[in-house]
Design a protein around this ligand. Structure first.
Ligand SMILES: Cc1cc2nc3c(=O)[nH]c(=O)nc-3n(C[C@H](O)[C@H](O)[C@H](O)COP(=O)(O)OP(=O)(O)OC[C@H]3O[C@@H](n4cnc5c(N)ncnc54)[C@H](O)[C@@H]3O)c2cc1C
Ligand code: FES
Length: 364
C-alpha cells in the first residue's frame, strides 16, 4: 500500500493525510481544505506556497512556474508536489466568504449530448452518477483514457451550466490539433452513451454572488463556458445584483456560438444584461444587414471604444492566455483595480512546455 504522510496547512492549522502518489493540493481539496489554485498542473504558479518543514517531490512543476532558486528557498507548487515525509506548508489563503468550498470528489459521468456548435467546437453534456456542488465558474477534470501505449491523462474543462443543474453538466470543448484530450478523444471517438471518469469541482474563477457592481465578462473562444455558467446563475437564479455585460470574442461568425441564446437572455433581462459579440476578422461590410448586431475588431478594442472608464466595476476574463493578458491591460487602462479582475487562462500542455505563466501585471 502507498505510504501516507500528514500535511499541516498554515496559517489554518488544518491537518490532512496525503499519499506519496497524491498531490498535496488534491489531498487538501478532497478534505475540504481550500488552497488557492487555477491550472492544477504546475503551470500558472497560483498555488505557490512555502514549505516550513518536511520533504517533497516537486513532480511536474514547470521550471518557469517554480524556478530553481525558489525550490532552494523552500517554495512548492502544491498541485504537483507529493510528500516524502510529514510536511508543514504555509499558503497565502485569502478566504472569501461569498465563495463556498465544495470538497473535490470522483464521479462517473455518462455522455448524453455531443453536438458541433461552431467551427472546431462541440457542446458536451454529461449526466453524473449523483449531484455535485460547485460555484459558477469552476471546472472538472476528465480522465482521458490510456490509448496507443500512452497512459491515461487528466484534462480540465469548465462547467458552462449553473450550479442549480447539479447532475446534468454542460461543457464547450475546442479541438486543439494534436491534443490528447480533444483531437484524440472528444473529437476522436467519444460518443453519446460512453461513461467517463471525472473529478471536481476545481478552480477559484468564480462569480462573486450578491455583488452589485457592473461586471464586465470577457470570453475568447470556449472561454465563454464558465461565463455562461456565471451569467445563467446570476440572471436565471437571481444571484447577482448589478449589471452584467458579456463580450464574446471570435475571429468570424463561424467561430461564435450560443449567439441566439445570449440574445434571448438579453431580451429577457434588458435592464441587467448587455450582450456584445465581437468579430476580429470580419467587417461590417461582410455582415451586411446583420452588421449592427456585432462589434468589430479585437474584443479589447470594442471594450475600449464602449467605455470611457470602468472605475468601480469588476471583471471576469477567460480564454487563451494572450487574450486574457490583453483584456487585463485594457481593463486596468480603464481604471479597474487588479483586485477586482478575476481571470482564468486556458493553459494546455504546450503552454506548460513554453513557460506561459501568469501575468507580470499582477503581483502574487
Ligand atoms: C482551468 C482551465 C479550464 C479550461 N477549460 C476549458 C474549456 O472549458 N474548454 C476548452 O476547450 N478548453 C479548456 N481548457 C483547456 C483544456 O484544459 C486543454 O488544455 C485543451 O482542451 C487541450 O487539451 P488537449 O489534451 O487536446 O491538448 P494537449 O494534449 O494539452 O496539447 C495541446 C497542444 O500542445 C501540444 N503538446 C502536447 N504535449 C506537448 C509537449 N510536451 N510539448 C510541447 N507541445 C506539446 C499538442 O500537440 C497540442 O498542439 C481549460 C484549461 C484550464 C487550465
Ligand atoms: S494551480 Fe499550481 S501551478 Fe497552477
Amino acid at each position: 500500500m502507498t505510504q501516507s504522510h500528514t500535511i499541516t496547512v498554515e496559517p489554518l492549522g488544518r491537518e490532512v493525510e496525503c499519499r506519496e502518489d497524491q498531490s498535496i493540493l488534491d489531498a487538501c481539496l478532497r478534505s475540504g481544505v481550500w488552497l488557492p489554485h487555477s491550472c492544477t498542473h504546475g503551470t500558472c504558479a497560483t498555488c505557490k506556497a512555502d514549505v516550513l518543514e518536511g520533504e517533497v517531490d516537486h513532480g511536474a512543476a514547470s521550471s518557469f512556474a517554480l524556478m530553481d532558486y525558489e525550490r532552494d528557498e523552500g517554495k512548492l507548487l502544491p498541485c504537483t508536489a507529493r510528500p516524502r515525509s510529514d510536511v508543514v506548508i504555509e499558503a497565502d489563503i485569502d478566504v472569501d466568504d461569498s465563495v463556498e468550498v465544495f470538497p473535490v470528489q470522483d464521479y462517473t459521468a455518462t455522455v448524453v449530448e455531443l453536438t458541433e456548435i461552431a467551427r472546431e467546437t462541440v457542446r458536451l453534456v454529461v449526466e453524473l452518477d449523483r449531484e455535485i456542488g460547485f460555484n459558477a465558474g469552476q471546472y472538472l477534470k476528465f480522465q482521458v483514457p490510456a490509448a496507443d501505449g500512452l497512459p491515461a491523462v487528466d484534462r480540465t474543462w469548465s462547467i458552462a451550466s449553473p450550479p442549480t443543474e447539479a447532475r446534468r453538466l454542460e461543457f464547450h470543448v475546442r479541438r486543439v490539433p494534436g491534443g490528447r484530450g480533444t483531437d484524440g478523444w472528444v473529437f476522436g471517438g467519444l460518443a453519446v452513451g460512453d461513461t467517463v471518469a471525472v473529478s471536481g469541482p476545481y478552480g477559484r474563477f468564480v462569480l462573486r454572488t450578491g455583488d452589485d457592481r457592473h461586471a464586465v465578462l470577457v470570453g475568447g473562444g470556449t472561454g465563454l463556458a464558465p461565463l455562461k455558467s456565471m451569467l445563467r446563475h446570476a440572471l436565471e437564479n437571481g444571484e447577482y445584483e448589478g449589471h452584467l455585460t458579456l463580450y464574446q470574442g471570435a475571429r468570424t461568425r463561424e467561430w461564435l456560438y450560443d449567439v441566439d441564446y445570449f440574445r434571448s437572455l438579453a431580451a429577457r433581462f434588458p435592464s441587467q444584461f448587455t450582450y456584445r459579440p465581437c468579430l476580429s476578422e470580419e467587417s461590417a461590410a461582410d455582415c451586411g444587414d446583420e452588421a449592427g448586431r456585432y462589434g468589430f475588431g479585437m474584443v479589447t478594442d470594442v471594450i475600449a471604444a464602449d467605455h470611457e472608464s470602468l472605475s468601480g466595476c469588476s471583471g471576469y476574463l477567460c480564454g487563451p492566455p494572450p487574450m486574457v493578458e490583453a483584456a487585463l491591460k485594457t481593463l486596468m487602462g480603464k481604471r479597474l483595480f487588479p483586485r477586482d479582475i478575476h481571470r482564468e487562462e486556458f493553459f494546455n500542455e504546450s503552454d506548460k512546455e513554453s513557460g506561459a505563466v501568469r501575468s507580470p501585471l499582477i503581483k502574487r
